[in-house]
Design a protein around this ligand. Structure first.
Ligand code: SF4
Length: 488
């Protein structure tokens, strides 16, 4: 058979002319309208599965082994996403349900999985969470785990908090919330002692893929002399050093500190939308003050955070942080001319979006298209109020429950200078021929960005340097010879 005869013959040949026509058509206003009428299909959503968020929480406690009740494929997706983002191993186990589990229920899978996981890895806690399959068939995790303990497959006193995390009803931030609430409920049972007061601050970072942010929060507490417990602290787990020895449990919040957190002096969540249910529990059960803060992106939000911490603990703002604030204001002034008046598209999780939009408004830039692929009307109201609070928010629009294919239409019909979001936005950015500034989760096509904080005064400098310098690079690479300048 000749090569020509062996070549694949397409069932339907699409003429080149037709390909060109469609390529042009998908950039039109007419197509955008049709695209925004779409209801039955999601294309490239900017969020991940519920259980992935649960796994992040479960990873953040010392000696804890995340346990996925469900399919192996789902587990591989969560683990590979974390490994690609952090470039670290992501320890977790799964009971690998298959067709028989789907028909008869997953109790036997869970029994075997728990027994093996405990025997092999000796965890201090096994947080269990589900993928879609056991949720569709209605597996009763509570009963299954109790039965496993009755059968002595795992010790009766081993903490085994569980969360139902169906991905058809929520995203990674909801899974984060459900798992964190369950772990805190489990670990703090009978631990509340009236008037005991640890004097500590509990910090909940929320679903934040940037370990630099977590470290920045801790550094700020240390500078202010505030004793703290970070709950679900993944910073040392997902960013451990390379010393030649593999550690299965390289860090995380100590179990005893998490148990004691119920007697803290104050609890602060840095992400409202990924801790809604956790904070409901904490508001009812925990001692001390409770606060939900905005992520400290830019100077204004960082000021608000520091003043709140200062008020809660009666500590003055240290000179070092005042100096860092002055440096951030100076850096913003220096970079202002390169961002002022530019339009941006922003995509991501609700709390990240509120922070980034606040930062852009502070810099005199326009967050022109703000898109969240899973959010409530309450979030939209909050975002609209933020946009209305600044003259730079005029004309900007917040879209909820839309995906990155919607974003592509927005970029094609109403262009902006750049897009801020995670790696998934690179396709829309490429089609629109604009730069993508990688802030969010996951970032799987660049290295080390998860180590560089974007919160606090330091984060503000990092962000504006990344954005302003990229535009200067573009100018140098694309300008005509007579405009190629030594200084910019
Ligand atoms: S959507 Fe459900 S089935 Fe698909 S990977 Fe996520 S958890 Fe697994």
């Amino acid at each position: 058979m000749s090569a020509a005869e062996a070549a694949v013959k397409f069932v339907t040949e699409t003429p080149e002319k037709e390909i060109t026509r469609v390529k042009e058509w998908i950039n039109t206003e007419e197509y955008k309208e049709k695209n925004f009428e779409r209801t039955a299909l999601v294309v490239n959503p900017a969020h991940a599965c519920q259980p992935l968020g649960a796994q992040m929480v479960a990873t953040g406690f010392e000696g804890a082994l995340p346990f996925i009740h469900g399919s192996q494929g789902c587990a591989s997706y969560f683990r590979s996403t974390f490994s690609r983002h952090y470039r670290e191993p992501s320890a977790a186990t799964c009971d690998a349900m298959t067709e028989d589990g789907a028909v008869f229920g997953g109790q036997n899978n869970l029994f075997e999985g728990l027994e093996n996981a405990y025997a092999l890895y000796k965890p201090t806690m096994i947080p269990v969470f589900t993928t879609c399959m056991p949720e569709v068939i209605g597996d009763d995790l509570n009963a299954y785990i109790k039965n496993a303990k009755k059968k002595e497959l795992i010790p009766a006193d081993l903490p085994t908090p569980y969360a139902n995390t169906p991905s058809f009803n929520g995203t990674h931030i909801h899974g984060y919330d459900a798992m964190l609430r369950s772990i805190l409920q489990d670990l703090t049972t009978d631990k509340k002692i009236e008037d005991k007061g640890t004097g500590k601050l509990n910090i909940i970072p929320g679903f934040d893929g940037n370990v630099g942010n977590l470290r920045e929060y801790k550094r700020i507490c240390e500078l202010m002399g505030i004793p703290y417990t970070m709950l679900a602290d993944v910073s040392d787990v997902f960013d451990s050093g390379c010393d030649g020895e593999y550690k299965l449990y390289p860090g995380g919040t100590k179990i005893e500190d998490a148990a004691e957190s119920i007697n803290g002096k104050a609890t602060v969540s840095m992400m409202k939308y990924s801790t809604l249910n956790t904070m409901k529990f904490i508001n009812c059960e925990y001692s001390g003050a409770k606060e939900v803060l905005s992520m400290p992106f830019g100077v204004k939000k960082t000021d608000e955070m520091l003043l709140k911490l200062s008020e809660l603990f009666g500590k003055p703002i240290p000179e070092q942080l005042k100096k860092e604030r002055a440096l951030a204001v100076d850096a913003m002034t220096d970079a202002h001319q390169y961002l002022h008046g530019l339009k941006f598209a922003v995509v991501g999780d609700p709390d990240y979006l509120l922070g980034i939009v606040s930062f852009l408004l502070e810099m005199g830039a326009h967050p022109w298209h703000v898109l969240c692929s899973r959010a409530t009307k309450k979030f939209k109201k909050e975002m609209d109020a933020l946009l209305e609070s600044s003259p730079f928010g005029e004309g900007c629009t917040c879209y909820i429950n839309k995906d990155l294919w919607h974003m592509r239409s927005l970029l094609a019909t109403d262009p902006v200078a750049g897009i801020i979001g995670d790696t998934h936005a690179k396709f829309a950015a490429r089609d629109a021929k604009i730069p993508l500034f990688r802030i969010g989760f996951p970032i799987i096509d660049r290295v080390n960005l998860h180590r560089s904080p974007v919160v606090g005064y330091t984060g503000a400098i990092n962000m504006l340097s990344m954005i302003a310098n990229k535009f200067l690079d573009i100018k140098d690479e694309t300008c005509e010879d007579q405009w190629f300048e030594m200084m910019r």
